[in-house]
Design a protein around this ligand. Sequence first.
Ligand code: AMP
Length: 137
Amino acid sequence: MAYDDQNIFARILRGELPAIKVYEDEQVLAFMDIMPQADGHTLVIPKTPAITLLDLPPDAAAYTIQVVQKVANAMKKGLDVPGIVLMQLSGESAGQTVPHVHFHLIPSSVHELGKHAAQMGDQEKIKVFAERIKAAL
Ligand code: AMP
């Protein structure tokens, strides 16, 4: 399957769609999930165009996971959460809905997580969590 450069995250990376960003550098972007499964739900994506983790060059994967760790630490500190679920879905069969590789950081427990959230979160509330994460980075 070819990478679709019109997918939502590719458009966010090009600045064509808005995002509540918490971290960005030349290789990686971290931003708030628009339909959070828990307060503070954050996504980390490499800028490299890749559909799944399996398509991502190892160097980009290695760097992205370093940023995942950095953002997770900021979430723990800034949001004062006891545990964070790291989720990565590779392939539609696994439940992946956006065809650009992404890592979910969800301040929750695997015992609490159910199906995907199906509705938009309160964007103002999400911004408050984003500010707390940014302040802890
Ligand atoms: P997945 O099912 O693993 O592909 O997860 C895709 C995630 O992207 C879901 O949690 C959605 O809520 C989230 N999402 C979809 N569109 C946007 C958007 N425009 N900004 C932020 N998060 C989004």
